[in-house]
Design a protein around this ligand. Structure first.
Ligand code: FES
Length: 137
């Protein structure tokens, strides 16, 4: 699995998303309360740009007449037919066994580890002693 740098942390504050194309695939990366998640920007129902829909919460009911609204901003509603998906997993709440949006792992890496290239030149320790430059091999 290849790694791709998509943004600096500052470019994606909590509650925002960024759209990009990686290897020909439309992807959206979300910052949900400081955690990052990637989702294929294609609805598994009929192919709408899923990630352009509104961020909503999850309405759950334990007993008739009581509705609890939780996980605000963690669910995305498809702009075409309103199907809802969990951004963390791609899970559908319409038909969980048949429909799942493709989720991609996303995480934060320190800049120093990302900027490093794959190749490392051999380094040699150098010290200055009493006006002589000494190289240690
Ligand atoms: S295309 Fe997304 S719900 Fe129909």
């Amino acid at each position: 699995m290849a790694r791709h740098v998509v943004a600096t942390v500052d470019e994606l504050p909590p509650g925002t998303r960024k759209f990009l194309e990686i290897d020909g695939r439309p992807i959206a990366v979300f910052n949900i309360k400081g955690e990052f998640f990637g989702l294929l920007n294609r609805c598994p129902h009929q192919g709408a740009a899923l990630c352009e829909g509104p961020l909503i919460g999850l309405a759950q009911s334990r007993t008739p007449g009581e509705v609890e609204y939780t996980r605000l901003g963690e669910i995305i509603r498809c702009p075409w037919h309103g199907w809802e998906f969990d951004i963390r997993t791609g899970q559908s709440y319409c038909d969980p066994r048949r429909f799942r949006a493709k989720a991609y792992p996303a995480h934060v890496e320190p800049g120093a580890t990302v900027v490093k290239g794959p190749y490392v030149a051999e380094t040699i320790k150098v010290a200055v002693e009493s006006d002589y430059v000494v190289v240690e091999l």
